[in-house]
Design a protein around this ligand. Structure first.
Ligand SMILES: [Zn+2]
Length: 113
């Protein structure tokens, strides 16, 4: 079972990769940095604030991955729905609705959305 030794909330000095969604954490952006140990292994988990918040919403409802937070990249529609119910604005930032330009582009190609 993984154990969190401590979480802090630094401002990125260089670009990092968010381990939850796989996206970039830009320099100057605040992010979540947690020190984790599991058995003989220790590592540092970095993620966006928003990604951490979404995982925490699921965790608080008893949805986790063996005691660990579920990654945003692993959240299916059901999980996204739970996050959106808890915080619509958070869900919109994480999973923005399709932009009108993208829709008209696919319509121009004769695709049905
Ligand atoms: Zn992220």
């Amino acid at each position: 079972m993984a154990m969190n030794l401590g979480t802090d909330h630094p401002v990125a000095k260089k670009q990092h990769r968010c381990e939850s969604c796989g996206g970039a954490i830009q320099p100057g952006e605040r992010y979540v940095r947690a020190r984790v140990v599991d058995g003989g292994e220790a590592w540092v988990w970095k993620s966006h604030d928003d990604c951490q918040a979404a995982s925490q919403i699921l965790f608080d409802q008893g949805i986790d991955n063996d005691g660990m937070l579920i990654c945003v990249s692993d959240m299916d529609d059901d999980y996204r729905e739970i996050v959106a119910t808890a915080s619509a604005s958070l869900a919109r930032r994480l999973w923005p609705p399709p932009t009108p330009s993208a829709e008209s582009a696919s319509a121009a190609r004769g695709e049905t959305p």
